[in-house]
Design a protein around this ligand. Structure first.
Ligand code: URA
Length: 432
């Protein structure tokens, strides 16, 4: 069948056959289907959806688009972690060395920025020399050397996700349950760890903004994991405001280093600890003892040491002074007094993209120095003129006044104090 006919069937809301889905995925990885047709198909799926059977075939076809590393065979205790995408979500950079410092190996196929979110691979690119694994032998060496492997989609592993991820980023086709499930689970299953922790974001900075939608996504991801025999736990977590107080590549690496050294942003620290406790619990540790050990590693230098070992093993320079620095900063202040009652985290994510921390079109270089530093949180009482955030500018040309206006508009300021959402909205898949 001509690929235009397959696009038209999904456009008209029909169910695709397994063969049609495989044609789409193979066409994405071998280049036989052009970008415009891939984009049209992604938009059709985004609007029309896909049922569970179609989604399962999509996951498996994308998983099999490259080789399967089966890391769980050589490293049965290794755990993988994935977030569904958020703003100021620096967890992976802390989680990986922290969990490894407690003796549990971490293998993570990370992603680049998607839509308004900043991706772990882009943040790691801010560390001079850092190279994620693209080949099985590199991944095995990294796990054996430092207990952490950050990997990236490549022509060897998850090539279909590599291609579709890039197109989704630039075509507004990210917030689709089947596409997110297929993107995340295909690469998780291709890497093949036996254990998986999912951080499913919910709120203004997430792709799924309401608790029922986030829960549905969590359950769909977990169902695919369980069918593949992967032990899985998920936390549905607050993204009604950025998680940490920094957005942007080098800026988020600095934020991670602060937490690893025992300080840093309290929400970033707390969520990372919660996810790390789940990871150690999957490895058979008692949760209270696991939390105590993780906290000790943050305060006694063990986690920072694991970060240094991890960065050196990946070819990078762990010195904080080696990170790119912004060339200018712009302060944005509160237009009136009152309580911060809501934050448009997605809006802040798009501002970060606009000033250089994300891609707007194919071939865009990320400005590793560009970022945002937040000074307030939901619930804070502000005086007029108090700083809300600082824009950290790199080399990209930006309209500073437009950015200032957009940034100020991302904060709702009211007379009444709001009640901030809890950091963890739900825990799924733990012991019953
Ligand atoms: N993370 C991914 O890897 N893919 C998505 O679609 C969303 C988050």
């Amino acid at each position: 069948m001509n690929f235009v006919e397959i696009i038209a069937r999904k456009r008209d809301g029909l169910e695709l056959s397994p063969a049609e889905i495989r044609t789409f995925v193979q066409g994405a990885s071998n280049g036989h289907v052009g970008d415009e047709q891939l984009a049209a198909m992604l938009m059709a799926i985004c609007i029309r959806g896909a049922n569970q059977a179609e989604t399962q075939v999509l996951v498996e076809a994308m998983r099999d688009s490259g080789s399967r590393w089966r890391m769980g065979e050589a490293f049965p205790d290794a755990v993988d972690k994935h977030s569904t995408g958020g703003v100021g979500d620096t967890v992976s950079l802390v989680f990986a060395p922290l969990v490894a410092s407690c003796g549990v190996p971490v293998v993570m196929m990370a992603g680049a920025g998607l839509g308004h979110t900043q991706g772990t691979l882009d943040k790691l690119a801010a560390i001079p020399g850092f190279r994620p694994a693209a080949r099985h032998a590199q991944a095995t060496d990294l796990l054996a050397t430092c207990g952490v492997c950050f990997a990236a989609q490549s022509d060897e592993i998850a090539p279909a996700d590599k291609k579709l991820y890039l197109i989704r980023d630039l075509t507004g086709t990210v917030p689709s349950l089947p596409l997110i499930v297929a993107s995340i689970m295909s690469k998780k299953l291709a890497v093949g760890a036996n254990r998986l922790i999912l951080d499913v974001k919910c709120g203004s900075g997430a792709f799924f903004k309401t608790p029922p939608a986030a829960r549905e996504l969590a359950e769909a991801l977990m169902e695919v994991a369980r069918r593949a025999g992967v032990e899985v736990r998920a936390l549905v977590t607050d993204m009604s405001q950025p998680l940490g107080d920094r957005l942007g590549c080098a800026s988020e690496v600095r934020a991670a280093l602060e937490v690893l050294a025992g300080g840093g942003d309290s929400r970033l620290r707390e969520l990372t600890l919660d996810l790390a406790v789940e990871a150690l619990a999957l490895a058979g540790r008692a949760p209270e003892a696991a939390r105590a050990e993780l906290e000790r590693k943050l305060s006694d230098g063990g986690a920072s040491g694991a970060y240094e070992a991890m960065v050196r093993a990946h070819g990078g320079d762990p010195d904080v002074e080696a990170l790119p620095r912004p060339r200018a900063s712009v302060s944005v202040t509160a237009p009136r007094a009152g309580f911060v009652s809501a934050v448009d985290a997605e809006g802040l994510g798009w501002i970060a993209v606009a000033i250089g921390a994300g891609r707007r079109r194919q071939g865009d270089e990320i400005d590793l120095a560009a970022g945002v530093k937040l000074h307030v949180r939901i619930g804070d009482l502000l005086a007029e003129g108090q700083p809300l955030l600082t824009l950290e500018l790199g080399d990209r040309e930006v309209d500073v006044e437009e950015m200032r206006a957009r940034a100020a508009a991302a904060f709702a300021i009211t007379e009444r104090a709001p009640s901030p959402a809890p950091l963890i909205a739900a825990r799924l898949g733990g012991p019953s």
